[in-house]
Write a protein that binds this ligand. Sequence first.
Ligand code: PLP
Ligand code: TYF
Length: 398
Amino acid sequence: MFAHIQAAPADPILGLNDAYKNETNPNKINLGVGVYKDEQGNTPILQSVKQAEERLLTEELTKSYLSIEGTDNYRQSVQTLLFGENHPIINKKLAHTAHTPGGTGALRVAAEFIKKHLPEATIWVSNPTWANHQAIFQSVGLEVGSYAYYDASSKSLDFESLLASLSQIPEGDIVLFHGCCHNPTGIDPTKEQWQQLAKLCGKQGFLPLFDFAYQGFGVGLEEDAQGLRTFAEQVPEMLIASSFSKNFGLYNERVGALTIVCETADNADAAFTQIKRAARTNYSNPPAHGAAIVAEILSNKALRSLWEMELQSMRTRIHEMRGLFVSTLRSKGVEQDFSFISKQQGMFSFSGLNPEQVSQLRKQFGIYIVGSGRINVAGMTHENMDPLCSAIAEILTQ
Ligand code: PLP
Ligand code: TYF
């Protein structure tokens, strides 16, 4: 029965991580998978998380199942992070949130919900986007299209082409936006550009789906929510897939959420029963631990301010590495302008290195970056900056 099955290709990003583990170069550097790393190259457990876990250990009373949608405490905390305190969407009960296993789980539940209730809709993703986006939507049988986003020559947002692309999208289709810290380019629309996009969305009548995996990694928790909050003011319906893998460092606990916003509270109640149905046939109910940590941190003043400080320090370290990368390359005599890297947000930058250069970096120096040229800036440290930039300088002059 299984003899005919061909091996699936490795995930282009997670596969790279496996290859890195087997790399024998003692000076190897991993700028591949999007995981935050500190100055020592570790992905630490946040202090706020550790403290929340200590409390949970003593206070937790049962391991019985959660409900399909998760706990009320967690779900309310997620909505407050998304929209801010006392937002009309929350007060009027226009949104419902389901706790999902990670942001990926949220996208998968969203995909199944869309396929069942909007089967004719095409979902449009930016070119480029996180590779798993196409795969998730295609795996439920949805059509996936792409819209213009990145201008490779100026290494910036091609806003004119983005508007032109979205102007072609018909009513009833779905457009996926990265809430902030666009993966893989690190380029986000400005406040004014979000406003124009939201306006266009209202005019065209497509449904926005926000993938929000990096809240707090760009400018700040509130600022990073600007895009989706702008849309929430202009259009009555949207979907939001949240992930807390990065901003709480809870990667392997699988904590995320799917939020649906509807025009009326009745619509929201009805649609949410269908979201719960999609969750039920996938994983029945979510894993408790990670979400309990998030809820504990967000509802306790001291833990919350510790978490915000820790989040800020992750964000600041990445910004610092961006600046240092640009200045170190310059000090190595690299003439190509890399200053765009210090203007981008979040963990990732599109370096502009081509596949040949990416492969040379790996073969000659044990430096791993994604084939598209995407660099995880969080993998840089004061210690590896010099050898990294020397290697890039050498590759660029070959
Ligand atoms: N969306 C984007 C843009 C991501 O970069 C990631 C990365 O992991 C995810 C979603 C998935 O998040 P999670 O690990 O919580 O499933
Ligand atoms: O883009 C990244 O590197 C992160 C981590 O299938 C990731 O989002 C990468 C690939 C994948 C799951 C997570």
